[in-house]
Design a protein around this ligand. Structure first.
Ligand code: ADP
Length: 493
């Protein structure tokens, strides 16, 4: 099969979150399973200058963006012995910027235009590159227009005749919602601007567009797939998603163990595996404490947190938890994140008051993320909602016991010590409240301090689990077959 993916980020080219991990790894998996895979990305500055050799495809064209003629040039980077080809849509005015989506002033004002241009370029480039496409797999709102172009025959491309589309929702809260006049940037007929397709309370909604037009929809865990069909988690799209129930599935993200495994991780002070975790983690903890200026103490438990400083990730619980309890919980806290100043300001000032208890870094640092996974004893992930979550999966492999809010992908990947003692790998709390999180942390602290054997069982069980991509990649293959069946039923294949 030739699988073509389109996404707004992928490692090692551009990353702000889990989407990049997924879109960087899945093509490799498909290549290993005998498929050919192409990946389209915007030609961001950091993608073009990633250090990998970029070739010109000599395919370039002009896209009419609501009357403005904008040039598009397609570059390519062959990877994995040619089994994966990464195509970059080069347009310096849109993509030659330091950041992907915004800067200190907020989201870029022209994001609708940038990503409509990206989608328009992808469908045109596929045609001009003469790619035979069996599946076009789109990710999140930035690519939501592509299934609409395919289904409506926009621009009458040859490749539509062989292709079915799949849309993966990585986070339903980000919908690409813009004012109605941006419909002109899509170049779609205004007849599609209706409440069942592209319109959402008077606005253009690019994620809704993708949901409405794709042949199959996935999201990144079975629990989140159920949750988004409810008014509580449906972000206004639950009705549409319920109507698509028969073609909606949840597939848990996998981990790229080439990058996230303490046995061969180059970022950490000491490599270790299942048999050597006690000595290995002790050295990594010492290294982490030293690097972050915390008192070096092998006995004090270290609790790590990594993630965007956004309410979704549970910082509105972490902040009062630390404010109220940092003195009475005998632990060291290590926090890595960037995002909303209301959280960094509050947490930063606590760190200056309690330098022996709390170390913070407000930046995006891959090497430090690995050191925290290795050097912490516990990893706290109290997300208000969580489509899948990757850090709890990394934590399991690193022998760092996850403490999670029981929501979305966290339910599907972490088994609670009390509720399922036979298979437990961590601790979870049901009630999203200060009491809920405090009780969960206390339970974990008690087990760590007073029940070392039970603790070791949790660590070792987690480390032995396999969350690699193999089973998820197989599930995607069956989704691709179902998408093609769906397209055939509709007479398009
Ligand atoms: P998200 O909702 O942000 O996509 P995920 O848990 O799915 O959350 O994935 C987040 C990814 O981004 C993980 O690989 C995590 O390690 C990484 N990450 C998040 N914030 C930072 C940061 N400040 N520095 C380094 N890595 C980070």
């Amino acid at each position: 099969m030739h699988i073509v993916m389109a996404a707004s980020e992928a490692v090692p080219f551009a990353k702000t979150g889990g989407l990049a991990d997924v879109c960087g790894t899945l093509p490799k998996q498909f290549a290993a399973r005998g498929h050919h895979c192409s990946l389209f990305l915007p030609g961001y500055r950091r993608a073009i200058h990633s250090g990998l050799p970029v070739e010109d495809t000599h395919v370039s064209f002009v896209v009419d963006m609501a009357g403005k003629q904008v040039a598009s040039r397609i570059l390519k980077i062959p990877m994995h012995d040619g089994a994966v080809t990464v195509y970059l849509v080069d347009q310096p005015h849109y993509f030659d910027r330091e950041n992907l989506y915004g800067d200190e002033h907020g989201d870029f004002k022209d994001n609708a235009e940038r990503f409509c241009f990206f989608c328009r370029s992808v469908v045109e480039a596929i045609e001009r590159l003469r790619l035979h496409v069996d599946i076009i797999h789109c990710h999140d709102w930035q690519t939501g227009l592509i299934p609409a172009y395919l289904k409506t025959g926009f621009g009458q491309k040859q490749w539509y005749q062989h292709a079915a589309s799949v849309l993966t929702i990585h986070n339903l809260a980000y919908q690409g919602r813009y004012w109605s006049h941006d419909m002109n940037l899509t170049a779609m007929d205004w007849k599609y601007f209706n409440w069942q397709q592209m319109e959402f309370f008077g606005d253009l909604n690019l994620l809704k567009t993708g949901i409405a037009f794709s042949d199959f929809i996935t999201t990144v865990s079975p629990s989140y797939a159920r949750e988004i069909q409810t008014p509580e988690h449906g972000c206004g799209l639950d009705g549409l998603l319920r109507s698509k129930q028969a073609k909606l599935a949840g597939i848990v993200n996998g981990v790229d163990y080439n990058l996230w495994d303490p046995r061969h991780d180059k970022n950490i002070a000491q490599n270790y595996g299942f048999e050597t975790w006690k000595e290995g983690k002790a050295l990594c903890k010492l290294d982490l404490q030293t690097k972050l200026g915390l008192p070096v103490d092998p006995n004090v438990p270290v609790i790590g947190l990594i993630g965007r400083l956004a309410e979704q990730k549970g910082w509105d619980l972490v902040k009062p938890l630390l404010e109220n309890s940092i003195e009475c919980i005998p632990a060291q806290w290590v926090i890595l994140g960037n995002g909303e100043p209301r959280f960094s300001d509050a947490i930063g000032s606590l760190a200056s008051r309690y330098p022996n208890r709390l170390a913070v870094r407000f930046e995006f640092s891959e090497p430090l993320a690995h050191k925290i996974e290795a050097g912490s004893d516990m990893f706290l992930m109290p997300s208000r909602y969580e489509p899948c979550g990757l850090n709890q999966l990394y934590s399991l492999r690193f022998g760092t016991v996850p403490l999670v809010h029981a929501t979305g992908g966290l339910i599907d990947t972490v088994a609670d010590a009390d509720q399922s003692p036979e298979v437990a790998t961590g601790f979870s709390f049901q009630d999203y409240s200060l009491d809920g999180i405090r009780e969960c942390v206390q339970k974990a602290m008690n087990t760590y301090s007073h029940e070392p054997e039970r603790w070791s069982t949790l660590v070792e069980r987690g480390m032995q689990q396999d969350w690699s991509w193999s089973s998820s990649a197989a599930l995607y293959e069956s989704v691709y077959s179902r998408a093609r069946e769906q397209a055939a039923i509709e007479g398009r294949l």
